[in-house]
Design a protein around this ligand. Structure first.
Ligand SMILES: C[S@@+](CC[C@H](N)C(=O)[O-])C[C@H]1O[C@@H](n2cnc3c(N)ncnc32)[C@H](O)[C@@H]1O
Length: 393
């Protein structure tokens, strides 16, 4: 009587005469079992997933590498992760690897030049959709892609003051009404954010040099001049500086060179301030250069007052910052106590670096400055933050 039909080697017709039944089975199953064992083993670990670096490293040395570029590791992880999904496993290294693979994929996407809605992309299931989807924007879409010299050539007033009324402003020959609105806003900014710093400094220096980093067409410098302070302006765009020279002739003006440096001497200004500038910078390395250049110019005992975009206080509590990890072209934002980012931000030429408060603190400390004060630019938008830092005397 023949054995019932079954898998090869199990009494079926393909069993070689004389071959033992047990010899065929491991040969067939071994690769599969070995693969499954490897798939759930967690090896090799992901080399470049979304970073989980130590806080110290994040604070002091911003990361400029792009994660998820190690393709060997990601192929291995992809295979393992697909197996995990196929097996329906949860809470095993393979399932974890799958989650991290998805994160790494998103990182790769973010580091490419894809356009995601306005400027913010969220990654957690809780935070679907761009954070600023509701906010109206009064600037052309391509300004997310072009530099500041180009913006200045197209519409300098709108590039500085992005309100509906300025959308149709000309490239030259601005109307008196437009200039009135422009300088009125500049005076308001001066009164609220610059004058208080000068009052503090007056105790030590009667007529300190005041420098604006990213002065544009001189909207705020006009008020500094009117208040009687010697002042200077720095900008990356020569067209902006040309408009500034015409509209506000008094200050000395300094263009930045290709390395992001200007001719102003080190330690020369009692107050360096910057408004609506660094948050437009689209590369972390350029952001660091800008901070470095501002700090270089501040004199010992002097003050840097800079408005930045920062996600770490968006919950409204200035005493308990969240945490941000900055990379060259994007950032990851973590809420207090959470190890997964709740949001990613991809920088572009309009909505640039959202700096981590810890990162900023570290950058300033490395240059001898200590943050003395921080406050929201407006309570309506808790991402705009002023930091006031003093250089060691
Ligand atoms: C929105 S405007 C603000 C101008 C001025 N602070 C004001 O509020 O009137 C931004 C200015 O920053 C300048 N800018 C952009 N990136 C810069 C950089 N990396 N260094 C210096 N200036 C920069 C632009 O050319 C532009 O004049």
């Amino acid at each position: 009587m023949t054995a019932p039909a079954g898998p090869e080697g199990e009494g079926g017709q393909l069993t070689q005469p004389g071959a033992s039944v047990s010899a065929g089975r491991p040969r067939f199953w071994f690769p599969f079992i070995a693969f499954m064992a490897w798939a759930v083993s967690g090896w090799p670990p992901i080399a470049h997933g979304p970073p989980s670096v130590s806080r110290t490293r994040t604070l002091v040395t911003p990361r400029m590498d792009s994660p998820a570029t190690d393709t060997t590791a990601s192929v291995a992880v992809d295979l393992r992760a697909m197996t995990a999904v196929w097996m329906g496993l949860d809470n095993v290294p393979a399932a974890l690897a799958h989650r991290r693979m998805e994160e790494a994929r998103r990182s790769r996407d973010m580091s490419e030049s894809r356009v995601y809605g306005p400027d913010v992309m969220t990654v957690s299931d809780r935070d679907k959709g761009p954070a600023s989807a509701e906010a109206p924007t009064y600037f052309p879409d391509h300004w997310r892609e072009v530099g500041w010299e180009q913006k200045a050539r197209e519409n300098p007033l709108s590039a500085v003051m992005t309100i509906q009324e300025m959308e149709a402003a000309p490239a030259e020959d601005f109307s008196p009404e437009m200039l009135e609105a422009f300088f009125t806003k500049g005076r308001l900014l001066f009164n609220n954010h610059i004058a208080p710093r000068l009052t503090e400094l007056l105790a030590t220096d009667a007529k300190p040099l005041v420098v604006e980093y990213g002065c544009g067409a001189g909207r705020i410098l006009r008020a500094v001049v009117d208040a009687g302070y010697p002042c200077a302006g720095i900008d990356i765009s020569r067209t902006m500086l040309r408009h500034c020279a015409r509209l506000v002739p008094e200050p000395a003006l300094y263009p930045l060179d290709d390395a992001g440096r200007c001719a102003l001497p080190s330690d020369s200004a009692a107050l360096v301030y910057s408004y609506a500038v660094v948050q437009h910078i689209s590369r972390l390395s350029n952001y660091v250069t800008a901070i470095d250049e501002m700090c270089r110019i501040v004199q010992p005992g002097g003050v840097l007052a800079a408005q930045v975009n920062c996600e770490d206080f968006a919950h409204g509590d200035l005493d308990n910052p969240d945490r941000t990890e900055n990379f060259e072209t994007y950032s990851l934002h973590y809420r207090a106590g959470e190890s997964e980012p709740h949001q990613r931000h991809k920088y572009n030429e309009w909505s640039g670096v959202y700096i981590g408060y810890g990162t900023l603190q570290g950058l300033l400390a490395e240059r001898g400055l200590t943050i003395e004060r921080r406050y929201f630019h407006t309570r309506k938008k808790l991402r705009g933050l002023w930091i006031v830092a003093r250089k060691a005397a």
